[in-house]
Design a protein around this ligand. Sequence first.
Ligand code: SF4
Length: 694
Amino acid sequence: VIESGQPEHSVVTTCAYCGVGCSFKAEMQGDKLVRMVPYKGGDANHGHACVKGRFAFGYATHKDRIREPMIRDAINDPWRTVSWDEAIEFAARRLRATQDKYGRESIGGITSSRCTNEETYLVQKLIRAAFGNNNTDTCARVCHSPTGYGLKTTIGESAGTQTFDSVMKSDAMIVVGANPTDAHPVFASQMRRRLRQGAKLIVIDPRRIDLLHTPHGGEAIHLPLRPGTNVAMINALGHVVVSEGLEDHDFIDNRCDPEAYREWREFIAEERNSPEAMEVVTGVPAALVRQAARLFAEAGNGAIYYGLGVTEHSQGSTMVMGIANLAMATGNLGREGVGVNPLRGQNNVQGSCDMGSFPHEFPGYQHVGDAAVRQHFEAEWGVTLDDEPGLRIPNMFDAAVAGHFKGLYVQGEDVAQSDPNIQHVEAALTSLDCLIVQDIFLNETAKYAHVLLPGSTFLEKNGTFTNAERRINRVRRVMPPIAGLEDWEVTMALSNAMGYPMNYSHPSDIMDEIARLTPSFAGVSYDKLDRLGSIQWPCNDAHPEGTPTMHVQDFPIGKGHFAVTEYVASNEKTTRKYPLVLTTGRILTQYNVGAQTRRTNNSKWHPEDVLEIHPSDAELRGVREGDWVGITSRVGQTVVRARISERMLPGVVYTTFHHPETGANVITTENSDWATNCPEYKVTAVQVEKVSQP
Ligand code: SF4
């Protein structure tokens, strides 16, 4: 809701939706937010914004906001509203009792990619220092954890290599498994500007995404591959580069590990990786793949942008490595206009990974098994730390069902809607002795909670978010927290009640501690952020004002490491019973599980999840536009309306997961990435049938 009236003052802050990280001027009348005006000085958006950041802020004052802490002894009991002190004491007592009964490793926590860096840092510190284990994970587990693994293995750093502005120097771009016009709209506009100027476009995606409809100055190629065959496609592209002599030998000789390159080259040159051999797997004509490979390799500056259509597969990490291989083979790293660029979904998913949310890494991707690193943290935090990686989210759920894991603190994450195979998640959550949910709304996960701690929105807190280009932006408090405390203050109180003292007076204190412990943040401070506007990490003595383009001279691991990327078919197979492949994604006006956008006027444009289905598949089932259809997989069923769409490939259907009542994740399965357990949301064998209205 946009309220009318002249603003009295404004505060510059950062959008809390997607990983573009647009800056806004929040225009205020007293404590009332009147308008969100895109900020011209914003380094990520230069005064542009989309329909989410610009208009969808009304959720912050929505009547559904949780305004007081609540507790209950059992999940079937009614909630009791209590004071902050009583709720925190109840939560701490219950966590301690759980550890006393089941052991130190029996509890853990999940950080939020919507919260600030400082808040995420504190949650993982609470878990490591107060809980005494490494059972910390993040919702990045279910989106970009393969980026962490794949990029660290190949180019040594788990982050995108470029600024968004860098695309204006690209001659060709590959967009793979991403739909920027819906998911990263402001950056998509920049891509479109570059395409109109003549840059070439290669889209690797089962759907014909909107970017392909941009009027192009140059060539555009769509490689509409079957879901689950990304690695076959990237190998076929690599094969053409090698077999047609399109490699950048200067780059390979000077920047890459020769032994790893030799091994990869031998592998990729094999005939079984050729576009002709892979055509039967991907469904894409070999000639088109050859044309795309030549176009990219010969373009000059070639940049690769990818999204969850890459990571959310059983071979997500393999595909990320395949992308890095292609960039190295064609010399497309280390300058403007090129690079490997994961388009991060949530506002601070990059930051939640940077801040040590993963069970095997302290902040700055420093491994918990490294004794020198651990000693550094032990000296700063004053505790002895566990040297073994902790549980990942799916391991926590498995252990809960098995009866070994009994306590969970979840900050700003709705695992009962966003995670796959919801039935399994529910079984895990109902097995817990202590579930603490900290959120702005009574979300699906809260149904299984014993403690509900009110969360604060981005408008109610100070801190920083880190966007998809590693840019650290300030989040500035615009209005007082509706429940009295910012999220970091709640975590601090819980830690103190657990017996591990924390004493910060402002998030800037937390950032100062992060800088002392995290080499890539060593030069970051609130003073510098205020002076420069934003900082792209690494920021340290060598790069005191940050690093817009990474890997200019060398990689953090020295030489770039080619990885052999064998294609392995997904375990999820279509059958006579489940003959279609379901893939999932997002829509422009909604965000993620929709908890925020569904409580704004944006919902008018997308009031329900629908199933996109190709006309031939619809006709076969007697389904017409707007009919109700049941979608059934081997794990569950849901009902939505059908939308007949030529954007789909025959045999492939698509839906979103913005509405809990349809809940696409009751259908998605337990399959996950081999390296990181990122769920395979993008490949589920289903049947679709016309049904009467639910
Ligand atoms: Fe917010 Fe992303 Fe839209 Fe920018 S593009 S306004 S960060 S949702």
